[in-house]
Every structure is written in structure tokens, then in C-alpha cells.
Design a protein around this ligand. Sequence first.
Ligand SMILES: NC(=O)c1ccc[n+]([C@@H]2O[C@H](COP(=O)([O-])OP(=O)(O)OC[C@H]3O[C@@H](n4cnc5c(N)ncnc54)[C@H](OP(=O)(O)O)[C@@H]3O)[C@@H](O)[C@H]2O)c1
Length: 355
Amino acid sequence: MADSWTFAVARDDRARTTLVDSPMPAVADGEALLRVDRVGLTANNVTYAVLGEAMRYWEFFPPEPRGLDRQWGLPPLWGFAEVIASTVAGVEAGQRVYGYLPPAGHLVVRPDRVDASGFRDASGHRADLPSPYNAYRSTSGDPAHRAEQEDLLILFRPLFFTSFMLADQIIDNDHYGAQSLVLSSASSKTAYAAACELHGRGPRLIGLTSPGNLAFTRSLGCYDTVLTYDDISALDPVPTVYLDLAGAPATRRALRDHLGDRLVRDIAVGLTQQTPNADAAGQVFFAPVQMRKRSRDWGRDGLDERFTAAWQRFVPVLNKWLAVQVGNGPEALRHAWLDVLAGRTPPRVGHVVQL
Ligand SMILES: NC(=O)c1ccc[n+]([C@@H]2O[C@H](COP(=O)([O-])OP(=O)(O)OC[C@H]3O[C@@H](n4cnc5c(N)ncnc54)[C@H](OP(=O)(O)O)[C@@H]3O)[C@@H](O)[C@H]2O)c1
């Protein structure tokens, strides 16, 4: 009898999904078994699938051991899991961890660098993938963890960390000399959290969004101006940095036409519209890069402290802007995936699934 399950999406058509029973994975010496407990779904998870090959996101959770062939990919999710079996000292059954998880019932990890804050998965297939994705944080050793804020951490931790690092990089570079920062997909969690961090730091913050999300984005109050994608000609022709979270070629074209050489930087941060934009932008923001820089500058504890302080400042505002919608079980996960993929999720909603 199958004791576990796996959800996967077709790599060539992300709207084609499968949900299969899988055998309970066996745990070898040096390994631990996690039960995936509660996860979130936002456009960021869809981006992992869009960039599954290019950025190797498909490699974190290979389909083959779960009885699926390579036409399928397991889009990584963020959330909490519980250790249910372990052969590793310091990793104990009952321990709750936060980290990068498969859309599946269970995950086998090979804990390494175990300490009070958690461990890293040293499984061979993850060894040369970006290391921040291999860390599992124990709730008991995590200064940012509050039991009553778990859903906020599920949805926002990686996004807010990106926003925090993105804002830090821009400030660290004196805003690249810009007087305006323009963010697309301004209604997205990553964009508005970055805008919160950058608000009042000098440059004007301008959000671009779709007409249906204009009122929500204006209501946030973290942008000085919010315009729709069709209103780019209303932008002041001043030195501008474009932080692209939408990835829409037409928006980039319109900005370049309107601003010319006053567009001093064009940085790809995300691609909610599911068209890769790294080449077109010319510069890509990848949070782990600035994270490594700040880990060197501030030490890991210094970075943790600053992140936790920023997070605790953000949570009270976030409570006004976010409606967490909780689903139950793998079918709810599939529904949430299809909803987010199709852009049907209103920006106020955050999907969390209890598995
Ligand atoms: N570089 C990094 O290290 C990094 C880290 C974290 C996140 N990101 C990226 O930032 C982006 C935002 O992620 P998020 O999780 O914060 O997003 P989110 O909150 O789920 O974003 C929702 C917004 O994205 C737009 N959108 C969503 N689905 C769409 C669709 N199917 N078609 C067109 N527009 C759609 C809409 O905004 P508008 O109407 O305002 O356009 C929508 O309100 C993602 O691409 C993510 O990968 C990058």
C-alpha cells in the first residue's frame, strides 16, 4: 500500500498536473525522514517551474525515485516539515523545520552541519545547487520563528528575504544614482515588501501593475505612485532603475522607449508573467549573491539579526494586507497551483496548504 504521495507538473505544460501515490521512502544510515506538513504557494513557485531547467530548480526533488519519469517536475515549495525518523544525532523525531520542500508527502534528507539552528541537506544530488536552498531551520533555534506567525513565514520568508536583500543591494549601491525606482508586478508580495524596505530612502518609488490590482496596490501606501502598465508615458523622465518582477517584454520596451538613456539600470528580479527576462534585462538579481556578500560583511548572526528585526517591523503592516487562505490535502495543493499559475489569485490572498 502506498503511504505517501507526489504532486508534479509537466515540464512542457505547467497546467498539466499529476497526483500519484508513492511508496514511503526508506531511510538509510545518515539520513532522516521529513513529513511535509504545511506549505505555501505564490507566483514565486511558478517561477521555479518556469526556470526549472535554466536554474536547475527541477534537480532539488527528482521525480524518478517517486515513480515518475522526467516529463514531470516537482515545483519546490517553502514551508514546515516534521522529522518523523532519523538516524542522525541532533536531528530528532518530532523536530519541526522550515525549508525547501517537495510537493509530496515526504522527503529524505542527509543532515549535515547539524546544530541548534537546524541542518543542511548534504544529499549528493543537491551538493552543487545554491546552498541557501539546502538549509533546514529548526523552529526552536530560529529567532524569526513565532508559532502564531507560521503562515506568514510560510508565505513570506523567502520573498521577504529577497525583498530585504534587494533593498539592501540598492541602498548599498547608492540607488545606482537614480531618482526613481520603478517596480513591475507591484502588487506581488516580493515587490511590495521591497517597496516597504525602500520607502523614504530617497528615490521615488513607482509601482506598475495591472488594472485589476491598481486599487489594492495603491492602498498599500508603500509606493509614491502606482500606475497601470499602459500608463508608462506618465513617468517623469529622470534617472530611473527598473526592478522587473513581471518580465513582460512590452513593458520593458515601453520603458526603454519612454526613458531612453535615463533608464540607468534594468534588473530582472522575477517573472510573474512567465517569460524569462534575464537576457533582456542585462542584470539579474539573485538573493543568494547579496546574501553571501552580507554574510561576509556582517557574519551569519549579524545577517540573521538584521533580517529578524526587519521581519518583525514588517509583520504588523503585513497583517493588514494579507488574507491567508488555508486548503487541506494534496488536492487543495493542486487547486492552489492551478489558481496561482493562471493568475487567478488576488494579490491580497496567500495560499497555504495543510497536508
Ligand atoms: N530573484 C529572486 O531571488 C527572487 C526571490 C523571490 C521572488 N522572486 C520573484 O518575484 C516574483 C513575484 O513573486 P511573489 O511570490 O511575490 O508573487 P505573488 O505575490 O504571488 O504575485 C502576484 C502578482 O503577480 C502578478 N501575476 C501573478 N500571476 C500572474 C499571471 N499568471 N500572469 C500575469 N501576472 C501574474 C500579478 O501582479 P501585477 O498585476 O501587479 O502584475 C499578481 O498580483 C516571482 O517571479 C518570483 O519568482 C525572485
